[in-house]
Design a protein around this ligand. Sequence first.
Ligand code: BG6
Length: 455
Amino acid sequence: MKKAIIIFGSTGNLTYKKLLPAVDTLIHEKRLNPEDRIFLLARHDIDLSSYIEDAKTQVKRHLDWETLESYLEFVYFNLNQPQDYIDLEKRLSNKGYIDNTFYLALPPKLFPVVAKGISESGLVQKGDDSKRIVFEKPFGEDLDSARSINRELWKYFEESQIYRIDHYLGKEMIQNILVVRFANKIFGQTWNHNTIRNIVIIAKETEGVMNRGNYYDKIGALRDMLQSHLLQMAALIGMTKPRTFQSEDIKDAKIKVLNDLKLDASSIVFGQYDGYLNEAKIDENSKTETFIFATAHIYNDKWKGTPIYFITGKKLDEKRSEIIINFKDDNNLTQIFSNATPNNSKLIIKVAPEDGVKFQLNVKQPGLSDEIIPGHLDYCHTCDWIGNTSEAYEKLLLDVLNHNKTLFTRWDEIEAMWEIIDEVQKMDKPLYKYKDYSDIKDIIKTEKGVDIDAL
Ligand code: BG6
């Protein structure tokens, strides 16, 4: 069956940076057939060749533009114009496109108007799973707005047709968390508060807001990163073994964690990088945070007393996302080994830029010394892999085309994540300016007594 992907917001950052490169790979991997098409919608009076010329200046990766062009069609489209939806419906049905994915690379406030348009024009019928609709995060700006967007969507679509993207879930090592945890019995008995001292979930970036000031200044790090990517990582780390590894059972296991997880409001540190106020499209008095540190706990028997530390921000020392599982020491460690350094054993799940798993454990220093030092078992997930590895968006786009919902967030997860965030976002907290990562680490140490380097 011929497939169409219809992208709303095709002149936006997301389309240039993620979607076009993902489509290019899917073509080369032969995951799209020559008769499949990508319809690029935007309110610009241009043709496909000028679109491609513009896109070439925006897309950072090398793409096979000639082949890609043969899969693309550009469509002038006004989101507020019902006739444009009707014309699109005719265009798709005349060309015989039945298996259609509508990708909304748009701000959330536009979701309802597009949902209504595609429904009333007959582009999508409620309950027809051959028509799917994809939304980008953040899904709403708080619990109330997310609920009202969702109410609108459910008027027009069944939950089975709705794909809410959190692109972190498409990353190799995030997909790998459940395999590492549940395909290795060694972790079965140890993955709880008895053995794990704390969990650190980090997503650091070196870039600033770049040209996304308009969006970012309204959202900030708490809602841009923690509400989605970091809480999803926490849910995968914290969940108990699902009944099966089918999509709904995994989500049922994650939702239990999200319902039990609470951020400790008094632990939170908000930072804003120096120079943020001079970035394009940023309010000159903006109080938006570009960095957040927060401690959370999962209030259940499995995790009692084990803190989770969340760290995420822009303009930091390096681009790195990882999850560190810090293990407790044996109670008698220093009685048995008087020279042992405490807190040396940890498992690091490396998400990006490298992907893999690193296990740090206590070992004896080689030679005549009795010193105990940290030794490392370092698994690189893709180093020895000969085939292509998939980028998050390639995997997610392919999953939408194949009607596979495992890596997409269900409504109750979104609701639970907003509940966690809403509790803290209404509070008035100081905003610390930082020049670099060491600045903000010093503030966290002084204000909250947490030494990030020792985690
Ligand atoms: C996006 C955020 O969801 O994730 C961006 O909106 C952030 O602000 C990006 O830069 C980080 O993703 P990645 O895959 O580059 O770590």
